[in-house]
Design a protein around this ligand. Structure first.
Ligand code: 5RP
Length: 227
């Protein structure tokens, strides 16, 4: 199977968890898009809470009724992709720059399920740079403070401004993204707390203690991992 077929299988397995009447958080990215398509194909009476403008557009085009987070209240189940799945199903997210809305929706959810292809089988962190969302005002000053935190807690990684076509990437909320190649991250909770404490940092891509299971598409079927 190609990675995309594995993502599709994981998305379909997650869609099978959804029951009629549920309010469902809809993640962002190529894997989450497979979930949204599989969910729409089931034709259930559910309502979706999108985590990005891109996902809202996709879900609406497929006929899924949408709520915003404030209308939704408690979300029954959120399904989303991840960039890397670490120990205890700690996640790095934000490769698609949607980490803030994703985390708001995840934290409003009774259950969160992460879906991915076999290349993202749970293991140690180390490959994917940690995305950090930063307000544009004074962002270089904030980045210097981020680097000081990384020097203490992430082996001296340096955060760099995410660019696309030579221009800074803007999130749906109008903020900027810095990416920090942290490597193994000895203490993710300490790093998460220290980044969150910096004025100018809106959110970071460490999702800790949120995923109740990972559904990983493999050549041998979809495998479930628990924290
Ligand atoms: C977006 C995300 C995505 O879930 C993450 O980037 C994975 O994307 P994909 O499924 O395309 O590999 O965190 O902010």
């Amino acid at each position: 199977m190609t990675p995309d077929q594995q993502k599709q299988a994981a998305g379909a397995a997650a869609a099978a968890l959804v029951e009629p009447g549920m309010t469902v958080g809809l993640g962002t990215g190529s894997t989450a898009a497979h979930f949204v398509r599989a969910l729409a194909a089931r034709g259930l009476a559910i309502r979706g809470v999108p985590t990005s403008e891109a996902t809202a557009e996709l879900a609406a085009s497929l006929g899924i009724p949408l709520l915003d987070l404030d209308q939704a209240g408690l979300i029954d189940l959120t399904v989303d992709g991840a960039d890397e799945i670490g120990p205890g199903l700690a996640l790095i997210k934000g490769g698609g720059a949607a980490l803030l809305r994703e985390k708001l929706v995840w934290e409003a959810s009774a259950r969160c399920v992460v879906i991915a292809d076999a290349l993202k089988t749970p293991g140690d962190f180390g490959r994917f740079p940690l995305p950090i969302e930063v307000v544009a005002f004074g962002h270089a000053t904030t980045a210097a403070r981020i680097d000081a935190v990384l020097a203490r807690l992430a082996g001296g990684a340096r955060a760099s401004l995410r660019l696309r076509d030579g221009r800074p990437v803007r999130t749906d909320g109008g903020n900027l993204i810095y990416d920090a190649p942290c490597g193994a991250i000895p203490d993710p909770a300490a790093l998460a707390g220290a980044l969150k404490a910096l004025t100018g940092v809106v959110e970071h891509g460490l999702f800790l203690g949120l995923a109740e299971r990972a559904l990983i598409g493999t050549d041998d079927g979809v495998i479930t991992f628990l924290p």
